[in-house]
Design a protein around this ligand. Structure first.
Ligand code: GSH
Length: 238
């Protein structure tokens, strides 16, 4: 049995972390039985989630977890794909994870219009200590995103880059039902985790505004939800 260590559902999505949701989507797409548990981040070996527990070992990081799952269960989600497609999917994924992610999460946690929502959702029950912890969390995040480079841009500059990412997603989906083609492939674990995290949470971001104006991305979200997360079908958008 595989155990998925996650943050847990928040804001209508199975997990507000695109990395966790990618891994959970992968497990479901690959038909691997798993048990989700809400984990304590402080106990995570690399200080981040997700992790999986498998064969008595804890494997941190969505990438290494998926590699370990492929080793044990095979790689059904690569079937029918060429080396070129696999390489394109790889670079597409790392683009989302190393660029888009660094706009999605600061827009939630650091943008003045959304920070109070995050504080209330994650630390609201803790009273004054919760407010102080939130300030420390924000300070650490600010350092991370400034070090990565994104926080050196103005919000207006970030908005302009978000619009380009949304347009690129639409272009890459093209007329296909899934990013991987006629059936979902491994890349759809990542793309779905981003599209759902843009569309569903009621957090006011340009991601939400632009994705909600995109019929192709909404239809993709609905298709993936129906196929992979029918337990979240109330998040489907008419
Ligand atoms: N490379 C990691 C990234 C995971 C990651 O960044 N997780 C974030 C949540 S989206 C996290 O645990 N952050 C907690 C922290 O940095 O303190 C993966 O692919 O799993």
């Amino acid at each position: 049995m595989v155990v998925l260590q996650k943050f847990g559902p928040h804001f209508g999505v199975p997990d507000p972390s695109p990395f966790v949701m990618k891994l959970e989507t992968y497990l479901r797409l690959a038909n691997i039985d798993y048990t989700p548990v809400n984990a304590d981040l402080r106990k995570a070996p690399k200080g981040k989630l997700p992790c999986i527990e498998m064969d008595g070992k804890i494997i941190p990081d969505s990438y290494f977890a998926i590699e370990a799952l492929k080793e044990k269960f095979g790689d059904p989600l690569a079937s029918g794909l060429t080396e070129l497609q696999l390489a394109q999917h790889h670079m597409f994924r790392v683009g989302l994870e190393n660029h888009t992610y660094f706009m999605l999460f600061p827009y939630r946690w650091l943008h003045p219009q959304n920070a109070p929502t995050m504080q209330k959702a994650f630390f609201g029950k803790m009273g004054l200590p919760g407010k102080l912890i939130f300030k420390i969390v924000q300070r650490d995040m600010r350092r991370t995103v400034h070090g990565q480079g994104m926080l050196r841009h103005s919000w207006e500059e970030i908005d302009s880059m978000i619009a380009v990412d949304i347009k690129a997603l639409e272009t890459l989906l093209d007329e296909k039902p899934f990013f991987g083609g006629d059936e979902p492939k491994e890349i759809d674990a990542t793309t779905f985790s981003y599209v759902a995290n843009m569309l569903v949470p009621e957090i006011d971001t340009p991601f939400r505004k632009l994705a909600r104006a995109s019929r192709p991305l909404i239809d993709y979200h609905n298709r993936m939800t129906e196929k992979v997360f029918p337990d979240y079908k109330d998040t489907m958008i008419i």
